[in-house]
Structures are given as C-alpha cells and as structure tokens.
Design a protein around this ligand. Structure first.
Ligand SMILES: Cc1ncc(COP(=O)(O)O)c(C=O)c1O
Length: 383
C-alpha cells in the first residue's frame, strides 16, 4: 500500500472487505469484549475494547498509511491523543517548547493540567531559529509545532525544527490538524510524531470527535499505547468507523477547501475592511515560500483582521449566514469563529493571546461565489 498514491491509500489502507461476507465496507465491531479460545487465547490479538478493537485498528492502519508512519493510535479526541502522547513521553522535571501560536486547548493542557505534575512549558516564536535554540534546556524533550498554526496561520519550517530538536536530544512533534496529511506529511520532513484532531479535516463532516498519534518508527509506540490502554481515552467503534469513512474523500475535499480559501483570501486582500489576511497561499504571507515547499496546497483555514477593530470583528462573525458561527473547523460546511472569545479564550492575557480584531474562517466546499457573497453581505451589515 505504501507505494500507492495518497488518494488510493486513503480509500484502501485498512479497508479490506469483510472476509466472511464480502461486505465491501468493513463492519463496525460494536463490541466491548472478545471471546477467548481458552484463557489467553485471543483471536487476532483482540481481548477487550479498551486494549483494541477491529474497527479502531482499521482506522489506525489508514492513518499510518496517510502519514507515511509505522503505526498510529486512535483516541476519543485530539486532546486525548495529545495527553497520552505527553504523559507517555514526559516525566516530572521535563520541559517542552511550544510554538507561540497554537490551539488554546494544547496550551491549557500543558499549563493547567500537566504543569502541576512537574512538566514545564516555554512558548517561543518557532520561525526564529535562534529564539528556539535559546529556549531549549538540558531537560527539553519535545519541540511542539503547529504549522499552519491556529489561528494565525503561521508557517514553520518542519525540517529545520526537527534538525534543531534532534541536535538537542529532543524530538519534534507536529500537530498536523490544519494541513491534514493530504497537504503535508511531517514524518517525511524529519518529525518524529504527528498528532491530529481527527474531528477536523480527517473526519471532515462535523459529525464525530477523535484524535490520533502517528509514529514515524517504533520508538514511542508501546509507551503511548500503554497510556491509551491504562487511561482509556480510546475512540468508540462507531466514531472510528465514521472517521474511516470521512478519510476516503479527504483528498478531493481538501483540494476544494484549498481552492475556495485561496479565492476568498484574494478577495479579502483587496478589501479595505480587512487590515490583515492571514493565509499562506498569498505571496505576501511571510511563510509563503516555506509553505509552498513543504505543503502541496495551502488549506482551507484563513483568518482576517478587521480594520475597524474588535467590535467590528465580533459583529462580522455574527453577520454571516452560510459561514455559521461555531467552534471547530475542517468540515464540508463553512464556519466562522471569533478566536479571542471562542477557541482561544483560554489563552487570553497570555503570550499566546490572539489579536482582538481577528475572525477565523474554516472555508467549506460550498460554491465559492456563494461564500464570497455571504462575506460581502456580512460586511454591508457592519456599515
Ligand atoms: C490544531 C488543533 N489541535 C488539537 C485540537 C484538539 O482537538 P479535539 O477538539 O478533537 O480534542 C484542536 C481543536 O480545535 C485543534 O484545532
């Protein structure tokens, strides 16, 4: 499977027809436990659902194939995946360097849940290699990268970060949620682990929560799998199955998300109502060249800084119709959010605070003319 095109792997990896019935779609194994052939006689290694489930295995095979990984683990949510990864690797006294524009929940997990257990976090502008090197300490175990970042779409050179991490005896972890493996495969650029909120582009239809860790090799698999087994934040069979179904159309969806977002970014860049358009597909974006090198498209996420400030941004987020006001991203339907009060409320007042004039768009795959008309009517309501 590994020599097949991405779109082929997305449809076939881990998705062999049911050998008993020939059902083209593997069944949903909605079971909590598995009969043993004598004590310890596990069929295909399955024992109890927290330890393993065939539907979850299908998804894990599919995820590893998409990222070019050796293995993957599927969790109940992106944050559950992050938590298992961090607890599986870090010990009290260890240190992590985190990009200074990341999903607020990642920062909250590190600073409010893991800090009391002795894990220290430093946030840094990751595009500044000297600042990153200066932030690394002897206890630094992980450099955590989001690129494109949430919500300001900053771009970081993954290969460079991995090189700096490895030189310091640390590992590079990339949250690949925004790009999805359809556009960027961090393991091939030198990252050690990839993490996902599969809730977003991988699931793709805003109907299921999930998360994943994908492993470049065998180094960390057993210890993170142990965390998953011992703590239990696994994806449920139906959720895993919905995610496998979503993944099959990932390549075509992401192509359309990217095309629509590029058109909207170009439209917005020509409008005086927007002081800033944060989209790596614009040549004016500071990370454009790196993004063009390490991504095969620029994705469906973009943020807009309203020239008239915070109140205009909030009003705009409440003025669109096709762009529905909601948390989350990556579904086929367009969403708009106001990060300072929504996804990033937990970082207000910190070094990660999002500018108050910013709205974030998750551009869906509707007709792009309709989407632009919706944004235009949103602007007219501000006058
Ligand atoms: C970049 C990123 N990483 C991780 C998460 C957390 O994922 P979940 O909501 O599935 O726990 C999110 C959620 O918005 C996200 O945007």
């Amino acid at each position: 499977m590994s020599d097949h095109a991405f779109a082929t792997r997305a449809i076939h990896a881990g998705q062999a027809p049911d050998p008993t019935t020939g059902s083209i779609i593997p069944p949903i194994y909605q079971a909590s436990t598995h009969v043993q052939d004598g004590i310890g006689g596990f069929r295909d290694g399955y024992e109890y659902n927290r330890a393993g489930n065939p539907t979850r295995s299908s998804l894990e095979t599919q995820l590893a194939a998409l990222e070019g990984g050796a293995n993957a683990l599927s969790f109940a949510s992106g944050l559950a995946a992050e938590d298992a990864l961090l607890r599986g690797i870090l010990k009290p006294g260890d240190h992590i360097v985190l990009g200074n524009d990341v999903y607020g929940g990642t920062y909250r997990l590190l600073t409010r849940v893991l800090a009391p257990w002795g894990i220290e976090t430093t946030t840094v502008e990751l595009s500044d290699a000297d600042a990153l090197r200066a932030a690394i300490r002897p206890e630094t175990k992980i450099i955590w990268v989001e690129t494109p970042s949430n919500p300001l779409l900053k771009i970081v050179d993954i290969a460079l970060i991995a090189e700096i991490a490895h030189a310091a005896g640390a590992i590079a972890v990339v949250d690949n949620t925004f790009a999805s493996p359809a556009l960027q495969q961090p393991l091939s650029l030198g990252a050690d682990l990839v993490v996902h909120s599969t809730t977003k582009y991988l699931g793709g239809h805003s109907d299921v929560l999930g998360g994943a860790v994908v492993f470049g090799d065998d180094r960390f698999y057993e210890q993170i799998k142990f965390q998953q087994f011992a703590v239990g934040a696994v994806s449920a069979p139906l959720d895993a199955w919905l995610t496998t179904r979503g993944i099959k159309t990932l390549a075509v969806r992401v192509r359309q998300h990217s095309e629509n977002a590029q058109a909207i970014a170009e439209w917005a860049a020509a409008r005086p109502e927007f002081a800033t358009v944060y989209y790596p597909g614009l040549a004016s974006h500071p990370g454009h060249d790196i993004a063009a090198r390490q991504m095969s498209g620029f994705g469906g996420m973009l943020s807009l800084g309203l020239s008239a400030g915070a109140n205009a941004a909030k009003a705009f987020a409440e003025s669109t119709e096709l762009f529905q006001l909601a948390e989350s991203l990556g579904g086929v339907e367009s969403l708009i959010g106001y990060p300072p009060d929504m996804t990033h409320a937990s970082v207000r007042g910190t070094a990660l605070a999002v500018p108050e004039n910013v709205v974030r768009l998750s551009v869906g795959i509707e007709g792009v003319d309709d989407l632009i008309a919706d944004l235009e009517q949103g602007l007219t309501r501000l006058r």
